[in-house]
Design a protein around this ligand. Structure first.
Ligand code: PEP
Ligand code: MG
Length: 543
């Protein structure tokens, strides 16, 4: 048994087989063959398997991310049947007398290049799809057809690090736990892991990866951050006992469903949940959150191959609002850049991405993208209780420009006779020290503040949230951060605005009393943290 220590980002326990997350397709070698008929048969069987996998993924995607986003898998199935693509594979096998894997890989390179060189942006995007289906086909040829996304057994995903886009594309129903060798606990990957309600440890180190073999048994303790490779019997027993205790605790928490978020002496607070996509609504409802305090809309863009259209966005926002049946839903406008990169935005490489071209800076520079999103949001506002908030604000003029865009969009919709809610609340994130310090000037402009403590911590303490080495220097309870939050709360309330916290600190139960004493009106946390937070609030007395 080997033991490694990382940082637990979701406190739960799991024991299971390791699935080493492979970013690149297996290396394909050219092998001469005699029996080309057999290779052609292998291609046909692999294709059948690939289609079965894609059909399964398509069905799951329909449930989780909606029809529009699921469409890509239908396209993949059609591409696998494309005549030119299949003729090319056949001809390479027959004329060069080579193995099927090699023929698929060569076809993939040729077709991908051909698409990439086309003028039309839609066709260019198909280049990545050809590579994707070909990698799947090669995986079906080389293994017994298992691929990371469709293994039958729930497994422990082990990776060096995962980009947010990689994390969203994992088949979440098949993930027993998450362990990464690198990455920091405030990264978006960690946030996603928390949302997935599964044990997760970040930063277990290179040695952990080196000790792994695909399929070996791994024990994960998300409470302590310990990871055990090939654990002995005693450790497995101990982890299983801990797992049983966790389940019991969770059952006790379920008794809090339907109860109020009220302290012993009568102070009430809203407890909302954070989600990254339409697929998160189930968890919000199951955990009895009072609303959605942060819908990270950028995941719609991350899951898409091209800019999501106004209609696609409208459908997604409408679905969230309708599912929440009149409960408040706060949707944050696009927050990409830094660790959330999207190819089709074609953003320049930057030396300091966290201090770079991101979030509202992109929207204010690209009004076409901003306007599309705002139109979709306002159109959706007719279907529930929407709040819109803007990320990474640093100045009065940025807020003014956002409000101007809102006004422009409202005027356009009115002129076109399209229904929307005139009273849609508008707010900003307080996630830069600048915004907190001038919160007296910003508060009169908006209906609410939402404190993004993840970025507020990074910018106040000058510690890159992606840099795992800095964890010892990140004091999340630093007085400077708490003072900035308190200052923002005072300025919000002095101007009839409300204030919530939607960064990870909102779930830190050792700060709940402090936040309540500051008069914070709402705490928005990953869905699994709603009931523990309710339990904490109900145990406190502020007298
Ligand atoms: C934050 O910065 O605290 C926040 C909620 O936004 P994100 O984590 O998505 O940057
Ligand atoms: Mg942020």
């Amino acid at each position: 048994m080997a033991v490694f220590k990382g940082k637990g980002v979701y406190g739960a326990v799991a024991v299971g087989k390791a699935l080493i997350f492979k970013r690149q397709a297996a290396e394909v070698r050219r092998v001469s063959v005699q029996d080309t008929e057999q290779e052609l048969e292998r291609v046909n069987s692999a294709k059948e398997l690939a289609v079965a996998q894609l059909t399964q993924i398509h069905e799951k995607a329909l449930k989780e991310v909606g029809e529009t986003n699921a469409e890509i898998f239908e396209i993949h199935i059609m591409m696998l049947d494309d005549e030119d693509y299949n003729d090319s594979i056949k001809s390479i096998i027959e004329t060069q007398k080579v193995n099927a894997e090699y023929a698929v890989a060569v076809t993939s390179d040729n077709f991908a290049e051909m698409f990439a060189n086309m003028d039309d942006a839609y066709m260019q995007a198909r280049s990545a799809d050809v590579k994707d289906i070909s990698n799947r086909l090669i995986a079906c040829l080389t293994s017994s057809g298992e691929s990371a996304s469709v293994q039958d057994e729930k497994m422990i995903v082990c990776a060096d690090d995962l980009a947010p886009s990689e994390t969203v594309s994992l088949d979440k129903d098949k993930v027993l736990a998450f362990v990464t060798a690198f990455g920091s606990s405030n990264s978006h990957t960690a946030i996603l892991a928390r949302n997935m309600n599964i044990p997760a440890v970040i930063g277990a180190g290179q040695e952990f990866l080196d000790a792994l073999e695909d399929g070996c048994i791994v024990g994960v303790d998300g409470h302590t951050g310990e990871v055990f490779v090939s654990p002995d019997e005693e450790t497995v027993k101990r982890l299983e006992n801990k797992q049983a205790e966790d389940i019991k605790k969770k059952q006790l928490l379920l008794e809090l469903k339907g109860k109020e978020n009220i302290t012993l002496d009568g102070t009430r607070i809203n407890i909302f949940a954070n989600i990254g996509g339409v697929g998160g609504i189930g968890a919000v409802l199951a955990n009895d959150a009072g609303g959605i305090g942060l819908f990270r809309s950028e995941f719609l863009y991350l899951e898409s191959e091209d800019y999501p259209t106004e209609e696609q966005q409208f459908q997604a926002y409408k679905k969230v609002l309708e599912s929440m049946a009149g409960k408040k839903v706060i949707i944050r406008t696009l927050d990409i850049g830094a660790d959330k990169q999207i190819d089709y935005f074609d953003l320049d490489k930057e030396d300091n991405p966290a201090l770079g071209f991101r979030a509202i800076r992109i929207c204010l520079t690209r009004p076409d993208i901003f306007r599309t999103q705002m139109r979709a949001l306002y159109r959706a506002s007719a279907f529930g209780e929407l709040g819109i908030m803007f990320p990474m604000i640093t100045s009065v003029s940025e807020v003014q420009k956002c409000l101007d865009m809102c006004e422009q969009v409202r005027n356009e919709l009115s002129a076109d006779g399209i229904r929307f809610n005139e009273k849609t609340e508008l707010g900003i994130m307080i996630e830069t020290p600048a915004a907190a310090v001038i919160s007296d000037k910003l508060a009169p402009m908006v209906d609410f503040f939402s404190v993004g403590t993840n970025d507020l911590t990074q910018y106040t303490l000058a510690c890159d949230r992606q840099n795992a080495k800095l964890e010892p220097f990140v004091d999340t309870h630093h007085e400077a951060i708490l003072r900035l939050i308190e200052m923002s709360a005072e300025n919000a309330h002095a101007n009839n605005a409300w204030i919530g916290i939607c960064g990870e600190l909102a779930a830190d139960l050792s700060l709940t009393e402090t936040f309540l004493r500051m008069g914070i009106d709402e705490l928005s946390v990953s869905p699994p943290f709603v009931l523990p937070l309710r339990e904490k609030v109900r145990s406190l007395s502020l007298k």
